[in-house]
Design a binder for this molecule. Structure first.
Ligand SMILES: NC(=O)c1ccc[n+]([C@@H]2O[C@H](COP(=O)([O-])OP(=O)(O)OC[C@H]3O[C@@H](n4cnc5c(N)ncnc54)[C@H](O)[C@@H]3O)[C@@H](O)[C@H]2O)c1
Length: 254
């Protein structure tokens, strides 16, 4: 039977890789993004008609409900949700702004929690479903210049645990993946901001130092991390829930 999946932030980076990988496994996918052309490109790249673009700003009021309702309308059901959309800004601790906190928490945390609940209500009626949230090694680090982001991802870890427990009796599994450094658009912008806060204009050296802190000695890529998300969504034993899988080359470890 064809499985149906909603992937948020699927217009680029990791989300696009997840949408394409799920489509490659025969899933019908809604690729949600705030940027219409990006979601459409993901659908075009899939090429098989298996990916439907959906434009939603997940920071808007009611967006989580809307995203799930539109996905159900497009797909006729939802077996899988990948809460991938994320945003962050490097800001010096002593200069951090309310606007950045609001946008970061609205997208990275509130939308994730409310999508888990909205999708969970549907999955409960079916007695099955899998939700994968994208967290970050940042959630367990002291990052004064990236605090709203780190705090939002610590919140995602709380949501994953709570949603897993709430939905376990109904056959719904909720897990998360913590990707290591992937050279996406978001990562490039963030690292330039962090370099500037540290007063570094030798960005290449700054990046090399960050890479050198990864125990395996190199960065990862979106396809590697997408493979882990697809495994949780389609292949993982049904007994795995409330789990956080690090795909971070040892940067984060349990
Ligand atoms: N890149 C990394 O090294 C890294 C590391 C750890 C965790 N992550 C996490 O992985 C996930 C994907 O990150 P990425 O690096 O692919 O980022 P990205 O910026 O390349 O992609 C994020 C996508 O989300 C979309 N988006 C942004 N705001 C949105 C909104 N309000 N509503 C709907 N869609 C919106 C963007 O348009 C974009 O297509 C995020 O949750 C991020 O926090 C990334």
């Amino acid at each position: 039977m064809i499985k149906s999946a909603l992937v948020t932030g699927a217009g680029g980076g990791l989300g696009r890789a997840v949408a394409l990988a799920l489509a490659g496994r025969g899933c019908a996918v809604v690729a949600l993004d705030i940027v219409a052309s990006a979601a459409e490109e993901t659908a075009a790249e899939a090429g098989s008609g298996l990916v439907t673009p959906l434009v939603v700003d997940l920071t808007a009021p009611g967006a989580a409900e809307l995203a799930v309702a539109e996905s159900l309308e497009a797909l006729g059901g939802l077996d899988i949700v990948v809460n991938n959309a994320g945003w962050g800004i490097g800001e010096a601790f002593l200069a951090m702004t309310e606007a950045s906190w609001d946008r970061t928490l609205a997208l990275n945390l509130k939308a994730v929690a409310l999508i888990c609940a909205a999708a969970g209500r549907h999955m409960k009626t079916r007695g099955s479903g899998r939700i994968v949230n994208v967290t970050s090694p940042a959630s367990r680090m002291a990052l004064p210049n990236y605090l709203a982001y780190a705090a939002s991802k610590a919140g995602v870890d709380a949501v994953t645990r709570a949603a897993a427990v709430a939905l376990a009796p109904f056959g719904v599994r909720v897990n998360s993946v913590a990707p290591g450094m992937m050279d996406t658009a978001m990562q490039a912008v963030t690292e330039r901001q962090l370099a500037a806060i540290d007063g570094r204009d030798d960005v290449a050296a700054f990046l090399a130092e960050r890479t050198a802190r990864i125990p395996v000695g190199r960065r990862t890529d979106v396809d590697t991390v997408a493979g882990m998300i697809v495994w949780l969504a389609l292949d993982a034993p049904e007994y795995i829930t409330a789990e956080r899988l690090n795909v971070s080359g040892g940067l984060d470890r349990d």
